[in-house]
Structures are given as structure tokens and as C-alpha cells.
Design a protein around this ligand. Structure first.
Ligand code: C2O
Ligand code: CU
Length: 481
């Protein structure tokens, strides 16, 4: 939390009716040069009288989530990373269009940052929106220990709201002494729903309340940084409007009721607070899966409670908000190169065998090698693209991925480098699509994703349930000059 935001919240809590003052404008001329130091640290995840001791975590600058990086569309971002972890690492800038050297996938082509070493990531911010950063090395463990942070790219003229708030949602698996369970990539988690935790955090803390002001209009940026948990949030007696998905604005904002957020996904909400001071409203997660420890194993639990303070303005804001579209290249559907991708494997699935590094193996053998998932029968083996690419395009060409989930589990699939236009299967009208970078497929579901291969490179395609990815649900799309 920034100092100014903390002050504003204290002001609200004290009923002082403090007017929210916008941050000082970002200097658009100079590159935003930052340092980021992933390291081991301790952090109290659970607060209060009966709280367990602080947890040893891995965090950027020793915090989970890491510092909120804020820049403006058109800025150049330079981030000097110094690795103070006991393990190699990388930083992946999820959802950002950038050169493949800066994408943070080990050896594709940039090698990982060894302990004690550094690397400076530098790229232009072409799109405004809510993005995030995380490692792409031993992903399940490194994210599971806390490495993740928000990357917010502001529009050159942001919409008028009273407060711009980021919620980074995390899910931790802790033992009774609040230590992180070291059983990463267990075969059970891998072959089922992934590593679900027992402690859900909001910006690195188990939350109790979140202060809002009567008549306040929030832009609430949700980021799901959990390894595997799929959130389905209900804002009791509020009607949040979805402004953007995965950083990409909706041409027609919608109010869908519950807000679904799979790992890797982001949602920008416009949240109007129309109720009276003193009132309280729960935000409930109906996402299913075991609930956090303190809530037993109920399928639905209270994530946080909105608590109303004094009005921030005499009347609520009413003007509609539509965010300007980002300058994305339009897919050419008439000339798209098709590619069908079948997701297979996992518990209760139909996959009986898969090809791992050229070897045809049955499921029992694959499981022994710690792999249980496949794309088109090919079991992804590492972040290095040793397997044949799923698809090869020339730069500028449109690809069209028809992804079929032939498993018993949901999968949020993510393509690096290029946002995808999610279409109704078979649709030929690009205007009807929704831009995303991570698309959730229910069991049996089909997704039809069009994109322009804008930049050369080998771009990862994988499930963002990290245990599924590590278990073989990963591949590459190649773009050649
Ligand atoms: Cu958040 Cu490979 O991605
Ligand atoms: Cu998956």
C-alpha cells in the first residue's frame, strides 16, 4: 500500500471524510527505471491477537505481493532485477506485448538469472491496463512462496474515479505454524485441481475489512496470482461493472453479477458504493474447492467485508465509463492459420499415453516422471522448447487456436506475447470477440482464439494452473521473421 493510500484509508476510517487526492502525475518523458530484488523475507500473513508467527516467504523487495509498479501508457520501463534468492529466477511480464528476450521464459532465449546475478528488463508499454509480473522458473514453488506483483499501466487520461485500488489475490498452503508447505508439484495436486491453498490473502494479508466511503466510485483492479484457485466473487448488494479483462478494455462494459477470475486473469471493475456510512457488505468467494483454513472447508467463504465511512462526495458519480481500446493489431480471420489444440490428461481423464521428449509412454510411466498432461498428445517437458511448436507463423500472420478441453478439470490457458481475441467457436466476425490473454475452459469446453503474431520468437502457451503447466500442459507458438 502506498503511503498516500494508507493515509487516505486512515482518513476514511476516522470518518474524517478526507477527499481522495490523485497521485502526483507520472513523468512521461523519462524511462521508469526501477530496481527489483527477489529475496527471502518474513511477513505476517495473518494478523490479530491469535495470529501465528510471521511466515518465511519469497518476495520482490522482500514483500508479497512485490511493489506495485505504476507507469503510463507509452512509457519505457526499465527494471533492474538482482536475484537474492537461493535459486535461479526470471521475471515474466504477464500480458505485456514486448520483445521475446524480455519475456522471462528461461532460455527462450534469455537464460535465467542465477543467484547473486542480475538482469535488466527494458520494454515500451504499448498498452494501458492491469498486468502483473511473476517468475517463470520453478513456477509452482516460486509463485507458491509469494513471488508476484502488480504492473499497472495507466491510460494517458484515466477515467474519473475517486480511488484506483489494486487487489492482488494470493492463496497459500500453510501448516499450523504458518510455514509454507514445501510439497510443491505433488502428483496429487498436479493431476487434480492444482495446489489449492488454505489461506487466501488480499495484497499479502488475510483481510478483515476494506474501507470504502459512501458515494465513492472505485476502480478496482483484481489480479489472481494464486497457483490454482479460481475465484468467483460476489459483491453483496453492489453491482460492479467490468471495464476490462486481462488489461484489455471492453467496448461495452457489462455487469455480470459474479466475477470469475482464474489464475493469471485480471478484471478491472468499476465499483460504485451507494450505501450509507456504517454499513457493511461481504465480498464472498463462491469459487469452490476447499475454503481457507479459518473457514473450514465450506465451498463459499467471506473474502473481505466492505465497511462504509463518511461520504467522499455529496452525490455519487453517475457518468458511464468506457476505457479507450489499446492499439492491438486486428486479426485477419479470412486468412488465419488454424491450429487445433487438445488438452488431455489428468485424473479421471481419457488420455492413456503421451509423447515425452520423443518417447511414447503410458500414463503410469508419465506419472513416474512427474508428468500427467498433454497438448495434442505431447507432454511438455520444460520451458525450453525442445518439442515441435504447436504452430509456426510468419510475423504479421494471424493464428487461430481452437482449444478443446478433453479433461475433467478446468484450465486457464495463456498465450505469451500476443493478446488473443476470444471468439464464439467458428465465428467469422472479429468485432464480436473479447480480448484476453488467459482464457478459462471448463471441462468439455471449446475456445476459439485469434491473434496476430506480431513479433518473432518462441512464445509459450500453457495452462496457468502452475502444477498443470509443470505437469506437461505447455508448449510453444513460433513466429519467424
Ligand atoms: Cu503468467 Cu506464462 O505466465
Ligand atoms: Cu490446467
Amino acid at each position: 500500500m502506498t503511503l498516500s493510500r494508507r493515509r487516505a484509508l486512515q482518513g476514511l476510517a476516522a470518518g474524517a471524510g478526507t477527499l481522495w487526492l490523485p497521485r502526483a502525475p507520472v513523468d512521461a518523458a523519462a524511462p521508469r527505471a526501477l530496481r527489483l530484488t527477489p529475496r527471502v523475507a518474513t511477513q505476517p500473513l495473518v494478523e490479530g491477537a491469535a495470529a501465528p508467527p510471521p511466515t518465511e516467504i519469497w518476495g520482490y523487495d522482500g514483500r508479497a505481493p512485490g511493489p506495485e509498479i505504476r507507469a503510463r501508457q507509452g512509457d519505457r520501463l526499465e527494471v533492474a532485477v538482482v536475484n537474492r534468492l537461493p535459486s535461479p529466477t526470471t521475471v515474466h511480464w504477464h500480458g505485456i506485448r514486448l520483445p521475446v528476450e524480455m519475456d522471462g521464459v528461461p532460455h527462450a532465449p534469455t537464460p535465467p538469472i542465477l543467484p547473486g546475478a542480475g538482469f535488466t528488463y527494458a520494454f515500451d508499454l504499448l498498452d494501458a491496463g492491469t498486468f502483473w509480473y511473476h517468475p517463470h522458473y520453478d513456477d509452482s514453488e516460486q509463485l507458491g512462496r509469494g513471488l508476484a506483483g502488480a504492473l499497472i499501466v495507466e491510460e494517458t487520461s484515466p477515467p474519473a474515479v475517486d480511488r484506483d485500488v489494486v487487489w492482488v489475490l494470493g492463496d497459500w498452503r500453510l501448516d499450523r505454524a504458518a510455514r509454507i508447505d514445501g510439497d510443491f508439484d505433488s502428483l496429487f495436486d498436479m493431476s487434480h485441481a492444482g495446489r489449492l491453498g488454505n489461506t487466501v490473502t488480499l495484497n499479502g494479508r488475510v483481510p478483515e475489512t476494506h474501507a470504502v466511503a459512501a458515494n465513492e466510485r472505485l476502480r478496482l483492479r483484481l489480479i489472481n496470482a494464486a497457483n490454482a484457485r479460481i475465484f468467483e466473487l460476489e459483491f453483496t448488494d453492489h453491482e460492479p461493472t467490468v471495464l476490462a479483462l486481462d488489461g484489455q478494455p471492453l467496448a461495452r462494459p457489462t455487469a455480470p453479477g459474479r466475477i470469475v477470475l482464474a489464475p493469471g486473469q485480471r478484471v478491472d471493475l468499476l465499483l460504485d458504493c451507494p450505501h450509507a456510512p456504517g454499513r457493511r457488505f461481504d465480498v464472498i468467494d463462491h469459487g469452490g474447492g476447499p475454503g481457507p483454513m479459518r473457514h473450514g472447508t465450506a465451498a463459499a467463504y467471506r473474502l473481505v467485508t466492505l465497511v462504509y465511512g463518511a461520504p467522499v462526495r455529496p452525490a455519487p458519480r453517475r457518468e458511464p465509463v468506457v476505457l479507450p481500446a489499446n492499439p492491438l493489431p486486428r486479426p485477419d480471420l479470412a486468412r488465419a492459420v488454424p491450429c487445433r489444440i487438445e488438452l488431455g490428461g489428468g485424473a479421471m481423464g481419457r488420455l492413456t499415453r503421451g509423447r515425452l521428449e520423443g518417447e511414447e509412454l503410458d500414463m503410469a510411466r508419465l506419472a513416474k516422471r512427474g508428468r500427467v498432461w498433454a497438448l495434442n498428445g505431447v507432454v511438455g517437458s520444460s520451458h525450453y522448447h525442445v518439442d515441435a511448436p504447436l504452430l509456426t507463423l510468419r510475423v504479421g500472420e494471424t493464428g487461430r487456436l481452437t482449444v478443446a478441453n478433453d479433461t475433467a478439470w478446468p484450465h486457464p490457458v495463456h498465450l505469451h506475447g500476443f493478446p488473443v481475441l476470444a471468439l464464439d467457436p467458428g465465428a467469422d466476425d472479429a468485432a464480436a470477440g473479447t480480448w484476453r490473454d488467459t482464457v478459462l475452459l471448463a471441462p468439455g469446453e471449446l475456445a476459439d482464439l485469434a491473434f496476430v503474431a506480431e513479433r518473432p520468437g518462441a512464445w509459450m502457451f500453457h495452462c496457468h494452473i502452475l502444477e498443470h503447466q509443470n505437469g506437461g500442459m505447455m508448449g510453444f507458438v513460433n513466429a519467424t521473421p
